[in-house]
Design a protein around this ligand. Structure first.
Ligand SMILES: [Zn+2]
Length: 199
């Protein structure tokens, strides 16, 4: 073993994070060891409490410490529109622009024929149940990223929902192909939602 076991274990933990290779993990592990006790305690505490206290909203799938989440339980929101996103980070991106006042549905993934991910592997059933139970929903806005998987998911949803008489729209192409909603600037997102088109 190159490093003492505790640091080797810490390196291994860091490598489990997305985008962190062995080199960065090693740098982070050594950095963490050099931090003062209070900061390390806070770090560990925050990790554990985030994991313990957060859950996915049983209605929309958004990350929350309260179920149903604050958006689903907000009586002032427009309950006739549901915006469908890939993950909870996209909800935050959308909420930041403060222009969308409807509800959300988080898929926790996208249909990906290339990777063998089908409709049953993502949180689609939840959306269908919502639409069946709540006839007040008249429009579903598909806000998946402009990638091949985003398109596949959008097509599947529109084929599924249109025959049920639900208006299905897609964010306008202000978003560049392959771009992430999560990283889009607020003006681009605002324009994309205002200029959404029926599909
Ligand atoms: Zn919710």
């Amino acid at each position: 073993m190159l490093y003492p076991t505790p640091i080797a274990k810490l390196i291994e933990s860091f490598t489990k994070l997305p985008g962190i290779g062995i080199k960065t993990a090693t740098r982070l592990a050594f950095y963490t060891v050099g931090m003062n006790d209070e900061d390390v305690n806070d770090f560990a505490k925050n990790l554990l409490s985030a994991k313990r206290e957060l859950t996915y909203c049983s209605v929309c799938g958004n990350l929350t410490d309260d179920d149903p989440c604050s958006i689903c339980s907000d009586e002032t929101r427009d309950k006739t529109v549901v915006l469908v996103v890939e993950d909870a980070k996209d909800v935050s991106a959308m909420e930041k622009i403060q222009e969308y006042h409807g509800l959300y549905h988080v898929l926790h993934g996208l249909i990906s024929p290339m990777n063998g991910v089908g409709p049953d592997d993502i949180n689609l059933k939840g959306l269908i149940t919502r639409l069946q139970e709540d006839s007040g929903i008249s429009e579903v806005i598909i806000a998946t990223n402009a990638t091949a998987d985003g398109e596949a998911t959008s097509m599947y949803l529109s084929r599924l929902l249109k025959p049920a008489g639900i208006k299905v729209t897609r964010l306008a192409r202000g978003l560049a192909v392959g771009s992430d909603i999560e990283y889009a600037d607020e003006m681009t997102l605002l324009r994309a939602i205002e200029n959404r088109t029926e599909i």
